[in-house]
Design a protein around this ligand. Sequence first.
Ligand code: SF4
Length: 60
Amino acid sequence: SGKDLELARKRVRFDWEGQMEHALDPDKPRTMCPDDPGPCTMCGKYCAISIMSNYLAEGN
Ligand code: SF4
């Protein structure tokens, strides 16, 4: 749906606050979200968003 696509775009931009706007219970994830823009720490070096962003930035 349009909402899913909008959320996916916020996710790929690491727009944490934007993602909170779509949360069913925004107060809970706000306590766990990174303060800074960029990937969280959950997947470490395997962050799929960072890997794909770097891949595309290299002109692939
Ligand atoms: S580390 Fe994992 S959970 Fe965190 S932003 Fe990257 S893909 Fe998403």
